[in-house]
Design a protein around this ligand. Structure first.
Ligand SMILES: *Cc1c(COP(=O)(O)O)cnc(C)c1O
Length: 400
């Protein structure tokens, strides 16, 4: 564990960080500055702005919507505070954040190391899309640190990983990965979407960049798509330039919703941690469940690592129903509260069968090759009363 950082608690930061005081019009909340462009009083005002920018000045304004927005900046500051980062940069989606980071930090001929069990689109981007730019990726099994070391070549620029992962909630030893990166002079990038800054702060363990799909826990209400990258001032300044060119910026309406959602992040995630642990224990004791994957359970392969580096184990629980594809489908059709949908991290509990959601077009055999069993169910808990969720699951199990 890193030393307890000397900073306000996460709920205080979630509510107060990033907002200017006073706000325009003495509003309590950050206004939605819904504009595509910004005006100048006269040519002298414009010249002053351009001169100052040429010399690296930091006037509190910009000239065009792709280059900045006050509503977006306020949310970036809040996220930086929560993640313990010097700076944060918002994007239109989690994938926009991930692809911009990869395109910005890798040149033709470069190599990256990525752990398996990664978000499917991230893996696709690394293995297929980047190949067109002669960028090679080596996939290393999650938890194989010697394998990560062995995969590093002189051309390796990035180690990309996720923690906890989807759907098996594998947890990476963050200090260990950071140490490898530092010693071999390779930057480390962690997709911390499932972790949230409430449960883990990878930068404090020495990781270089943290990425989130803000669509999930950070937004928290299943009503927006956004992404964020957090890291040092120098790295984020570089990425900001690339974002201004590539263009997947977060719009002010979205940023407002995200900032509003973030105020209750700690409350929501703490509740989801509680629901996750209670439901995982309930499922592990259930005769119709073959296996449960939850890092808070001693039976999980990464429980020890998770217990040392996480403050909570999150709201996603994955389990195998005793039976086949159809048995799992029957359970999903029998529950009443959880809604059938991809995604996670919002206030509503969602349920899905990975074999039929993210991996539908693969055969059972192909799915097994990527480690997805047909009878697997992923439950992404919301903030409902856990007794209601348990009663609902119980009645559903009775009917399969
Ligand atoms: C959802 C998700 C993404 C992609 O984020 P979008 O906001 O959907 O683009 C990336 N990584 C993880 C772990 C995710 O869950």
């Amino acid at each position: 564990m890193p030393k307890k950082e000397n900073r306000p608690g996460p709920s205080t930061q979630a509510v107060h960080a990033g907002g200017a005081r006073p706000q325009p019009y003495h509003a309590l909340t950050t206004p939605i500055v819904q504009t595509a462009t910004y005006t100048f009083a006269d040519t002298a005002d414009l010249s002053d702005f351009m001169e100052e920018r040429m010399w690296g000045g930091s006037r509190q304004r910009t000239e065009y919507g792709r280059y900045g927005n006050p509503t977006v900046s306020a949310v970036e500051a809040k996220l930086a505070a929560l993640e313990g980062a010097e700076e944060a940069l918002l994007f239109a989606s989690g994938m926009a954040a991930m692809t911009t980071v990869l395109l910005s930090l890798l040149s033709s001929g470069a190599h990256l190391v990525i752990t398996d069990d990664a978000y499917r689109r991230t893996r696709q981007f690394c293995l297929n899309f980047l190949k067109r730019f002669a960028i090679e990726a080596t996939v290393v099994p999650m938890g194989d640190y010697a394998g990560v070391e062995a995969a590093i070549r002189p051309s390796t620029r990035l180690i990309v990983s996720e923690s906890p992962t989807n759907p098996y909630l594998r947890v990476l030893d963050l200090p260990r990965l950071a140490e490898i990166g530092r010693r071999r002079q390779v930057k480390t990038v962690i997709d911390s979407t499932f972790g949230t800054p409430i449960n883990q702060r990878p930068l404090a363990h020495g990781i270089d960049l943290v990425i989130h799909s803000a669509t999930k826990y950070l937004g928290g209400h299943n009503d927006l798509l956004a992404g964020v990258v957090c890291g040092s001032g120098a790295l984020i300044a570089h990425l900001r330039q690339q974002l201004w060119m590539l263009g997947p910026v977060c719009d002010p309406q979205n940023a407002f919703l995200l900032g509003r959602g973030l105020k209750t992040l700690a409350l929501r995630v703490n509740r989801q941690n509680e629901n996750g642990l209670r439901i995982a224990r309930f499922l592990e004791g259930h005769p119709k469940v073959a296996r449960v994957w939850y890092p808070g359970l001693p039976s999980h392969p990464d429980h020890a690592v998770a217990a040392t580096q996480m403050d909570g184990f999150g709201g996603v629980v994955t389990f195998e129903v005793r039976g086949d594809l159809e048995t799992a489908s029957r359970l999903i059709d029998a529950v009443r509260l959880p809604l059938i949908a991809p995604s996670l991290g919002g206030v509503e509990t969602l349920i899905e069968q990975p074999a039929l959601m993210s991996y539908y077009e693969l055969s059972t055999e192909e799915r097994l090759q990527v480690g997805i069993k047909d009878n697997l169910v992923r439950l992404a808990l919301g903030i409902e009363d856990v007794e209601d969720l348990m009663a609902d699951l119980e009645q559903a199990f009775d009917r399969i």
